[in-house]
Design a protein around this ligand. Structure first.
Ligand code: ADP
Ligand code: NI
Length: 217
């Protein structure tokens, strides 16, 4: 099977898998990450097939929606790639990407590194910042029935992963706890440049938000 056929089949498979996914991790998230990843890949010496498969399969079964089981996604991805006759070298690389990509990796020990993982991770992080990142954050906060903002509740920069998951903090706090920290975690030069611009956009948004909140505009 040609590479193009494999990628097209993977796209169909992922669309089907994510047919009922929630807004933050739907097919359009995957499509944006895929495009970001291709853009970043152009500036790097990498295996594009691995980048494409990694981007397409990285959220195939997000653990938040599978009772915390982080092994579902990699298993589903492996089964699919095996059924398409993909080589074990590529399969195991893609699985490593899925296993290591999440922001969670920020705190847990990273056990694997490759330029392809760096690229897909940057591409995923870019989708959490900028205009799309703002929209996703408020979408997620609404889904969890959280306040947008509460001046009495300060951001908490020292939560464990478990505390963070349980936290009912307002969505604005998420910017300080996570989103504004992402630009300094970017791996690639292209990723850093795009993140810088999106970071500034978020800061502008926050300044405007507080001004409107205070009736200063
Ligand atoms: P990823 O897909 O990169 O692993 P997550 O699953 O943690 O990211 O989050 C998906 C989206 O939901 C991201 O845009 C993220 O910013 C947003 N999100 C996650 N947790 C919160 C929260 N506590 N408040 C607001 N938005 C959140
Ligand atoms: Ni993602």
């Amino acid at each position: 099977m040609s590479n193009l056929d494999l990628i097209n089949k993977t796209i169909l498979f992922v669309k089907e898998q994510l047919a009922n996914a929630e807004g933050g991790h739907d097919w359009f998230h995957i499509q944006r990450v895929y495009k970001n990843a291709l853009l970043i890949a152009r500036g790097e010496n990498c295996d594009e097939t691995v980048v494409k498969l990694g981007a397409l399969l990285h959220d195939i079964a997000d653990s938040k929606f599978h009772a915390g089981d982080e092994t579902v996604g990699p298993k589903v991805a492996r089964k699919f790639l095996e059924s398409e006759g993909v080589s074990e070298t590529i399969i195991s690389h893609v699985i490593q990407i899925i296993d290591n990509i999440s922001f969670k990796g920020g705190k847990t020990e990273k056990t694997f590194s490759s330029i392809e993982l760096d690229i897909v991770q940057d591409a995923d992080r870019l989708d959490a910042i900028g205009a799309i990142g703002i929209a996703r954050a408020f979408n997620y906060g609404g889904f969890k029935n959280r306040a947008m903002y509460d001046p009495q509740i300060a951001p908490n920069l020292h939560m464990s992963k478990e505390e963070y998951k349980k936290s009912q903090a307002p969505t604005i706090n998420h910017f300080y706890e996570k989103l504004l920290l992402l630009k300094d975690k970017m791996n690639t030069q292209t990723g850093k440049e795009i993140a810088e611009q999106r970071h500034q956009y978020m800061q502008g948004f926050l300044a405007q938000f507080y001004a409107e909140w205070d009736g200063e505009l």
